[in-house]
Ligand binder design. Structure first.
Ligand SMILES: C[S@@+](CC[C@H](N)C(=O)[O-])C[C@H]1O[C@@H](n2cnc3c(N)ncnc32)[C@H](O)[C@@H]1O
Length: 236
């Protein structure tokens, strides 16, 4: 039987397939809220200048390109295993005249292909739940962060309020997979999205994993009633 877990090592192939419709469906299915969510990365950047950032599972590059516009950022490296998604990110970087600040590379979010103590900031938006080994990824984030560096991980979570949670689950389990699968012309990409979100640890279960990785000063910023969360942890 195909389980969500068994699909994770090759989940990036699903994104190769849906890359052409990814941005449109992201904004459409989230009613544009995803754009506002990503701005939280900028609000929570460390306060010093000349920051080097790695954006893991960068996909079509929305976080990398948002970071690059901030004057505190000197350089962003966006990494992903899906060449299809990276192609769209590259086109967007050219259109927005940001190629001097952004480079886009094939790179694994678990075994991050960067040397120790080389980043001030690591971001991952809606990527870590697709990784086959999220704990190992967090350990590697801590490894590549400089002392004083910051990891920021955004991921879906479930709202605490029961009524909001029920409405959200109705949308997430039934409406979103139906529209997403139909418009992306992939028979189950958006069913995988729903299943991968519901089985992924959130809240304290996730911050425990950050603690095991050695990150400090860990905090959670809830987004839109807790539909998503931004987890922040520092390297000391
Ligand atoms: C839901 S998309 C998120 C993309 C982007 N961060 C955003 O906010 O729109 C998840 C991304 O994770 C990537 N991915 C999955 N497994 C990966 C891995 N092991 N290493 C790097 N990227 C991976 C997929 O290719 C896909 O682009």
């Amino acid at each position: 039987m195909t389980t969500v877990k068994s699909r994770k090592p090759e989940s990036w192939k699903i994104f190769d397939d849906i890359a052409p419709t990814y941005d449109f469906l992201n904004h459409f299915l989230s009613l544009g809220i995803d754009v506002l969510w990503r701005k939280n990365f900028i609000r929570n950047l460390p306060s010093r200048p000349n920051l080097v950032a790695y954006d893991l599972a960068t996909g079509t590059g929305d976080v990398a390109l948002t970071l690059a516009k901030d004057p505190k950022i000197k350089k962003v490296v966006g990494m992903d295993l899906s060449v299809g998604m990276l192609e769209f990110a590259k086109t967007k970087a050219v259109k927005r005249n940001l190629t001097h600040k952004v480079s886009l590379e094939v790179g694994d979010g678990v075994n991050i292909p960067k040397v120790d103590n080389s980043a001030d900031v690591i971001t991952v938006a809606f990527g870590i739940r697709n990784f086959p080994n999220p704990q190992e990824s967090l350990i590697n984030m801590k490894r590549v962060l400089k002392p004083g560096g910051r990891a920021m991980i955004m991921e879906f979570s479930l709202p605490k309020n029961m009524i909001i949670r029920l409405c959200y689950l109705l949308y997430f389990r039934h409406i979103l997979p139906f529209i997403g699968n139909a418009l992306s012309k992939n028979k189950d990409a958006y069913t995988y999205l729903n299943e991968s979100v519901e089985e992924f640890p959130y809240g304290k279960d996730f911050t425990d994993m950050m603690e095991i990785a050695g990150l400090k000063n860990i905090r959670i910023v809830p987004l839109s009633f807790g539909i998503a969360s931004l987890y922040i942890g520092d390297a000391e």
